[in-house]
Design a protein around this ligand. Structure first.
Ligand SMILES: [Zn+2]
Length: 554
């Protein structure tokens, strides 16, 4: 009894003493955050603005400014004292207030990534630059003619001459032996860096520092593989039958050069709907801005600061940027009246509304997307609309009769595109993961195992070449590819949720309840929750592949 009493007193003493310690530690974290914000906000803003300007003017002077500002921003996180303070607070386990704890986690990861020996980093950058130059300077040599990647893609897409197709594909693959050894050295170097920071390898480090658990991601990829395998097998047979006929060759003789793309990452043009003709007399900016206003998420403030049309020297692609996380959101585009640019504008403004409609009450660190793939999901959700016949009908781009006419092919084309991409993303994710786990294994063999298993493409007889090294992402944009697919899965999960809750019916056009749903459940929470917690709160389930399957698998 005495002993129990003693334990009870001890426990009570702990209980009492816990609170002041917690308060002390949380105050320390609050102080850290205010010091951090005072310095990082101006650096962040300057770097975002400088990059924006450089992308518009394209001048060396502006690019130099942008590089300087981004180095200043990145170097901020190399500070060892701040990292030590964060580590101590994290290890104490006493920062329990949810907002402070979440900031602590995110800041700890940012600073941890900055704690790498600068000589190792500059070595890595040097290796990456060398490899990057090799990719840029490489031209495929086809019978003495030097061809660019675009020219190779043109041949693969349009030719029906088997010998020409094979020569184009093989010619392009000659970049492989030219960079493979450099990439293996770089992979090992990245692994060295990861081990110094306490991770098993670079793949694990990349995912963990971005707030993803590799096991959780692999589980979702397994689920998706399971759900898409049969449907893809069936579709692949249709694709093979199509190319067998088109190229006048037996199905068994089809090889990777027959699929109209260097990697079979995009859908071959089997179902063709000419969407451009519905957009050629439209003003995409007006159209898209009316659409967003109609769902209660006006984008006028974003468009007013944006740079929408082609100009000399300007970046020819598209992106969206949040300059200050306080309402200065901009998108860069090169809008033309066609389906592709309307889709791109819908996509970029999806990123835009995610940023613009954030919660101004949240601290700076949390006024951000839950993860890069969650903002990609919102962007994809809206971007898909430009080729959705129901959306086009509701936006008065086509009539009911035209909708009937194109619905079937549109659906098949989208389904083909999604399934082909999903199988390709499986190859990328699993190859990179295995490569970083063991860079000394037979990578040529590993690559073809993945391609045969997931894309169901026949390996050319006796081929033993570093074909994995021909994909620039493997070398220069490592361990990121899976996020594209996770973004697609989540876009479908949002779609499934809206559908089940009688929103966006029959399409999202004019449905303010859909806009309100996204604002309340995705944009306002920002980075307040771990991404899978946000998804569970918003849809009632953690991220799952089943809605993607429901949408694209029959
Ligand atoms: Zn995007």
């Amino acid at each position: 009894m005495k002993r129990i009493l003693f334990l009870l007193t001890a426990a009570m003493a702990m209980l009492w003493s816990c609170s002041p310690n917690q308060e002390k530690m949380e105050n320390r974290m609050k102080e850290f955050v205010s010091g951090y914000e005072a310095k990082i906000i101006p650096l962040y803003k300057e770097s975002a603005l400088a990059s924006w300007n450089a992308n518009i003017t394209g001048t060396d002077e502006d690019w130099a400014k942008s590089e300087k500002a981004s180095i200043a921003f990145i170097s901020f996180f190399t500070d060892t004292e701040s990292f030590a303070a964060l580590k101590e607070m994290k290890e104490s386990g006493l920062v329990k207030d949810p907002l402070l704890a979440r900031q602590l986690e995110l800041l700890y990861n940012s600073y941890l990534a900055g704690q790498i020996d600068t000589s190792l980093i500059s070595q890595q950058v040097k290796m990456e630059t060398e490899i990057s130059k090799k990719y840029m300077n490489f031209r495929a040599d086809i019978n003495g003619k030097q061809l660019s990647d675009n020219e190779i893609e043109d041949i693969l897409r349009t030719s029906t001459d088997n010998a020409e197709l094979q020569a184009a594909w093989e010619g392009h693959k000659m970049i492989g032996p030219y960079v493979a050894e450099d990439i293996i050295r770089l992979v090992k170097h990245r692994n060295t860096i990861a081990r110094k920071l306490g991770f098993d390898n670079f793949h694990q480090m990349s995912l963990k520092l971005s707030g993803q658990d590799p096991e959780e991601v692999t589980k979702i990829f397994d689920e998706l593989d399971e759900l898409t395998r049969d449907s893809f097998t069936q579709l692949k047979a249709e694709i093979d039958a199509y190319f067998s006929k088109r190229n006048n060759i037996a199905v068994n003789d089809l090889r990777p050069w027959h699929y109209q793309n260097r990697y079979f990452q995009e859908a071959p043009a089997i179902y063709t709907v000419d969407f451009d003709k519905y957009y050629k007399d439209q003003d995409p900016v007006k159209l898209v801005s009316e659409f967003y206003a109609g769902i209660g998420l006006p984008v006028d403030a974003i468009l007013a600061k944006s740079d929408l049309y082609e100009k000399p020297g300007k970046n020819q692609h598209a992106f969206c940027t949040d300059i200050d996380r306080s309402g200065d959101v901009r998108t860069l585009d090169n809008v033309r009246p066609d389906a592709n640019w309307t889709g791109t504008l819908l996509h970029e403004l999806g990123h835009g509304v995610y940023s613009y409609y954030n919660d101004p009450e949240l601290p700076f660190t949390l006024r951000d997307a839950a993860h890069t793939f969650t903002t990609e999901a919102i962007a994809n959700f809206f971007g898909r609309l430009a080729t959705d016949p129901q959306w086009m009908l509701d936006m008065n781009l086509i009539d009911e009769k035209e909708k009937e006419k194109i619905s079937d092919d549109s659906r098949k084309a989208l389904r083909l595109q999604q399934l082909v991409f999903s199988r390709w993303a499986q190859v990328m994710y699993r190859f990179e993961k295995a490569m970083y786990e063991n860079p000394d294994q037979d990578l040529n063999q590993l690559w073809w195992e993945m391609v045969q298993k997931y894309q169901m493409i026949a390996k050319p007889d006796g081929r033993n070449m570093p074909d994995w090294a021909t994909k620039i992402h493997v070398a220069l944009y490592p361990c990121y590819y899976h996020n594209y697919l996770l973004g697609e899965l989540l876009a479908s999960q949002f779609y499934g949720y809206l559908e089940a809750n009688a929103m966006a019916d029959p399409s999202i056009v004019g449905d303010t309840s859909s806009g309100e749903y996204f604002r309340e459940n995705v944009f306002i929470p920002g980075a307040r929750y771990y991404w899978n917690e946000m998804i569970e709160k918003a849809t009632g389930e953690k991220l799952t592949a089943k809605y993607y399957a429901a949408q694209f698998v029959e």
